[in-house]
Design a protein around this ligand. Structure first.
Ligand SMILES: NC(=O)c1ccc[n+]([C@@H]2O[C@H](COP(=O)([O-])OP(=O)(O)OC[C@H]3O[C@@H](n4cnc5c(N)ncnc54)[C@H](O)[C@@H]3O)[C@@H](O)[C@H]2O)c1
Ligand SMILES: [Zn+2]
Length: 350
């Protein structure tokens, strides 16, 4: 796994954080909403102009058409096997840039500079890259590690509030996976009440949790599946919401996914451990509400959610492999559940 650097005012000294001398050319991929001052700082630190590839912003751009434009620009600018792509932006830029770099001329190096809280705690690390295909979330992609990830918390100052809060979907999920200490800390205040030093603590916490898991299971053969908690439902809801005229952000869909999947965990073993599981689903819901994230959906039918999850790429031979929490600090993987219970659990958000 590449080096991960977390701190303040890092864009200004990016040139000294890695050895860039081995690269023939450096290009920066970013989107139209990323403040221009970020690139200016990076160029100033290198003391030269860099090749810029600027794409339109948003999940709707995370597709093969945009990747084609990125590849085209990379060829036009004469990038070669020894060139570097810097992904400067949120999870969309990091996911798509990693994929474009990992496939360009059979793969060139890339560096992630995630600029949303969600990409700093999650998407910017772990080596999963890719794009959506038609309406299948992350339907096409490759595992490819960046040479490193630079997380400059200063970039969050310009992030819209809704995007900031969305990250707490993943942050709360990391709390459920890792244990009481982190869960209690990240749910102890409303997202906007954490100061910059506490935010750094949260970013370091999430990065540690995710990277410790990814190091042990980079290709998601077993353990890494714990990170999929909430995502079976979350991905289905996210992509179905694209057609409702009110698309959910990734972290918002993850929050709703946590509500359904923790309820599902309770329904699976109601007699044996009802107290623990009721309170677990209750605690997760409380955390989601406290963060200001959604707990319900509108204009999406439960049949459509079920249909969608049955076509999820992580399901082998039509069976859904659920990652379900047992308690705070414990998520079980490869859990099989009858569809009737899934339908029941989905009712909790409709
Ligand atoms: N690869 C992984 O392991 C992984 C993990 C989690 C999520 N993801 C993916 O990440 C994506 C979501 O990422 P996201 O939430 O960062 O969304 P995003 O990349 O769409 O960014 C959200 C918006 O904020 C803008 N923005 C970014 N940084 C800004 C800043 N500092 N100031 C002002 N505006 C800024 C962007 O231009 C965009 O409009 C999804 O596609 C999801 O599937 C991937
Ligand atoms: Zn996610």
């Amino acid at each position: 796994m590449g080096k991960i650097i977390i701190g303040k005012k890092l864009l200004e000294k990016i040139n000294i954080l890695f050895d860039f001398s081995r690269f023939s050319k450096i290009a920066v991929l970013t989107d139209e909403n990323i403040p221009k001052s970020f690139i200016d700082k990076i160029e100033k630190s290198f003391n030269k102009k860099l090749i810029k590839i600027i794409i339109s912003a948003g999940e709707k751009e995370k597709n093969i058409e945009t990747v084609k434009k990125i590849w085209e620009k990379m060829f036009d600018e004469g990038l070669d096997r020894r060139s570097l792509l810097i992904n400067l932006g949120g999870g969309v830029v990091c996911d798509m840039g990693g994929f474009a770099a990992g496939t360009f001329m059979r793969g060139i190096d890339f560096l992630n500079i995630p600029t949303t809280l969600l990409s700093q705690v999650d998407a910017g690390i772990g080596g999963k890259t890719g794009i959506d295909f038609i309406d299948i979330k992350n339907g096409i992609g490759i595992f490819k590690e960046p040479i490193g990830t630079v997380i400059d918390v200063e970039t969050l100052k310009t992030l819209p509030k809704r995007e900031f809060i969305s990250a707490f979907g993943e942050i709360i999920k990391h709390g459920v996976i890792s244990g009481r200490e982190y869960f209690d800390f990240v749910t102890s205040k409303k997202p906007k009440e954490f100061d910059q030093n506490e935010l750094i603590k949260i970013i370091k916490g999430s990065v540690n949790i995710k990277s410790n898991i990814v190091k042990k299971d980079p290709k998601e053969e077993g353990l890494r599946k714990v990170l999929n908690f909430s995502h079976t439902i979350g991905h289905a809801i996210e992509s179905l919401s694209w057609r409702t005229g009110k698309p959910l952000l990734h972290g918002e869909a993850v929050a709703v996914g946590m509500i359904v999947e923790s309820h599902l965990a309770f329904l699976c073993h109601p007699i044996l451990t009802s107290e623990v599981r009721i309170s677990l689903a209750g605690q997760i819901k409380k955390a989601v509400v406290n963060a200001g994230l959604p707990t319900k959906i509108s204009n999406i039918k439960s049949e459509d959610i079920l249909k969608k999850i049955l076509s999820d790429k992580k399901n082998f031979s039509g069976k859904i492999n659920w990652s379900l929490p047992k308690r705070i600090g414990r998520v079980n993987v490869n859990v099989k559940v009858p569809n009737e219970l899934v339908v029941k659990a989905i009712k909790s958000i409709i």
